[in-house]
Ligand binder design. Structure first.
Ligand code: AMP
Length: 285
């Protein structure tokens, strides 16, 4: 198993792969790998000659220190899950190497990072864009794989690579779900059994909103239907539920020029914050 913890040796290895004509796929993760991550790696392995998986719990994207401390760390099983899915090499740097004393340069995202996750987690996307840039500069992949589960993250990173002329193709991968619709997340293991049984309401509510939109109801009505469903579960606290244009992230009732609306939500069960979204293709509606 090839594991690099140093940016210089990681880059050297990647360059040797590129020089040998290999197409490098890259899957950045924070570890605690599950079938959602495995799907990203599997798709990368199908499309590329070599697949680098990074595992790094990035402190600058957590705005609550406690959430960072509580984040599950399961390196041994992560290496197995990723290898089984087709990973060729791992980049596992430590925080002191990524953010040494005197670190002061950040990549600051724009408008795309403002609503939803950006509103509720100030500074979160600045941490994401900064770490992803650092990882891209080290791994030098041809293609990077990101889950649609983190839809706004995907939008922010796609915009960043375009705006900053970063020569990495961003490849979205659809959300992997449990049988009852709950999106796989590293945070699901922290749900109590009762909350776990209630959490599928999130996907049910999003799907109901999508149906309403496709049936021609207004964005406001569709969001109300979804919110009422989530509010029917006392334990479910909705932080936001929004419908936005899939590319600009402008409110969908103002502009959905891309033809696709994304209905996205963040909701709490106890101290566990879950996010999810559905894409609604309005071109035929
Ligand atoms: P994370 O380790 O949570 O930062 O996630 C690493 C990557 O895995 C991100 O691109 C996520 O969007 C993606 N991911 C997480 N959960 C899922 C899922 N259920 N389905 C598809 N991709 C996912």
């Amino acid at each position: 198993m090839l594991i690099f913890d140093n940016p210089d040796t990681m880059r050297q290895w990647s360059r040797s792969q590129s020089t040998a004509g290999k197409k490098i796929g890259f899957v950045p993760t924070m570890g605690a790998l599950h079938r959602g991550h495995a799907e990203l790696i599997r798709v990368a392995a199908e499309e590329c000659d070599t697949v680098v998986v990074s595992i790094f719990v990035n402190p600058t994207q957590f705005n609550v220190a406690e959430d960072f401390d509580k984040y599950p760390r399961t390196l041994d099983s992560d290496l197995t899950v990723a290898t089984d899915a087709g990973a060729t090499a791992f980049y596992v740097p430590d925080a002191s190497r990524m953010y040494p004393e005197g670190f002061e340069t950040y990549v600051v995202p724009g408008h795309t990072a403002d609503p939803m996750e950006g509103a509720g987690r100030p500074g979160h996307f600045r941490g994401v864009t900064t770490i992803v840039t650092k990882l891209f500069n080290t791994v030098e992949p041809h293609v990077a794989y990101f889950g649609e589960k983190d839809f706004q993250q995907l939008a922010v990173i796609t915009k960043m690579t375009k705006d900053l002329d970063i020569g990495v193709r961003i490849r979205p991968v659809p959300t992997v779900r449990e049988h009852d619709g709950l999106a796989l997340s590293s945070r699901n293991v922290r749900l109590t059994p009762e909350h776990r049984s209630q959490a599928p309401i999130i996907h049910q509510a999003l799907s109901a909103a999508a149906e309403q939109l496709l049936a021609g109801r207004s964005v406001g009505d569709a969001l109300n239907v979804a919110r009422n469903l989530m509010d029917s579960i006392a334990a479910c606290r909705v932080e936001y539920i929004d419908a936005v244009d899939s590319l600009t992230l402008d409110p969908a009732d103002v502009n959905h020029e891309s033809g696709t609306i994304v209905v996205a939500t963040a909701a709490w069960f106890g101290d566990v914050r879950l996010i999810d979204n559905v894409r609604v293709d309005m071109t035929g509606a």
